[in-house]
Write a protein that binds this ligand. Structure first.
Ligand code: ATP
Length: 295
């Protein structure tokens, strides 16, 4: 069994500035860190750290950032498709942390936009029924729909994390087996509860997450921790929840959400994105905790 994640991969540069520059002005800032980012990449890396065979279908550019990303991906034991770069710039997110505590983000989508449907179809060529296709909200509606349709045609299990939300995503529920959203996304995509996938998970930040399945709902509380930086909490939660269920060959269940909450608590207790994610050894210990221990 293999999970195919289609989405974006970026180089995230975090800068500290006193305030946003006014048009026409020039200011000083401090580059704080550089990390791999992008929801697709984050989720694929965590799945791989959970021991799941994972392919990330995402475009990298023919530049130094692209080469750096491809090196990191190899170290994470991930298969990156397409294997070669595209003749574009690698996508970048510039995150400005402003002294008043607010932030502002600029993200490029040149590489993600260059990934066409034919390339995705080629990357999915060896997928078999029962494999999983996981997608986020980075692509336009029609491309997102077409990729889920490809997966349906191959009898894959489809998982959708519609973030960032685009208008029209609510039309896709009939193509989705498992949907994972945060509270705001759930509000934006109403009527989510009546028409959504057969398994629906709504995360509610520091309080926990709801699992909706077969007309029943269960709440799994968050694992208490001292929160330092919540970036990547949602990606950690989704990937570990999915990995927990796949490793046990069951549908998403309360234990999968419990494992996910423990892993997300590790991420929020550390600063950064990739550097904050639980390691392979932490995830191995956590995923081996059984139902009794988890309760
Ligand atoms: P993000 O966009 O920040 O990555 P998200 O908005 O997609 O996250 P959230 O609902 O904020 O998702 O968080 C996902 C899960 O992470 C929650 O269900 C919870 O288990 C865990 N989590 C988030 N914040 C905290 C916190 N402060 N303490 C403990 N666990 C947390």
């Amino acid at each position: 069994m293999r999970v195919y994640v289609t989405g974006n991969i970026t180089v995230d540069e975090t800068w500290e500035i006193d305030e946003l520059p006014l048009k026409g002005s020039s200011i000083h800032g401090k580059k704080h860190s550089q990390d791999i980012g992008g929801k697709g990449a984050n989720q694929a890396i965590i799945l791989s750290r959970c021991g799941i065979n994972t392919s990330l279908i995402a475009a990298t550019g023919d530049d130094n950032d692209g080469r750096w990303i491809r090196d990191v991906i190899i170290q994470e034991n991930l298969c990156l498709l397409p294997t070669s770069s595209l003749p574009v710039h690698t996508d970048t997110s510039i995150i400005f942390n402003i002294a008043d505590g607010d932030n502002a983000i600029i993200t490029t989508t040149e590489a993600a936009d260059a990934l066409d449907l034919a390339t995705v179809a080629q990357a999915l060529e060896s997928a078999v029924p029962g494999d999983v296709l996981l997608q986020q909200g980075n692509f336009p509606l029609e491309k997102t729909r077409a990729i889920f349709q490809l997966a349906r045609d191959k009898q894959m299990i489809t998982v959708f994390n519609p973030s960032p939300v685009k208008s029209g995503f609510a039309q896709l529920w009939s193509l989705i087996d498992i949907a994972v959203l945060n509270q705001l996304e759930a509000q934006q995509l109403q009527p989510v509860l009546t028409r959504a996938a057969s398994t629906l998970v709504i995360t509610t930040g520091a309080s926990g997450a709801w699992l909706y399945q077969q007309q029943q709902r269960h709440f799994v509380p968050a694992t208490p921790t001292t929160a330092i930086d919540s970036t990547g909490a949602g990606d950690t939660f989704l990937a570990v929840m999915l990995a927990s269920a796949l490793r046990r060959n069951v549908n998403i269940d309360q234990l999968a959400l419990t494992h996910a909450a423990s892993a997300a608590a590790i991420t929020v207790s550390r600063r950064g994105t990739l550097s904050a994610f639980p390691t392979h050894s932490e995830l191995t210990v956590l995923l081996n905790r059984d139902q009794q221990a988890a309760n």
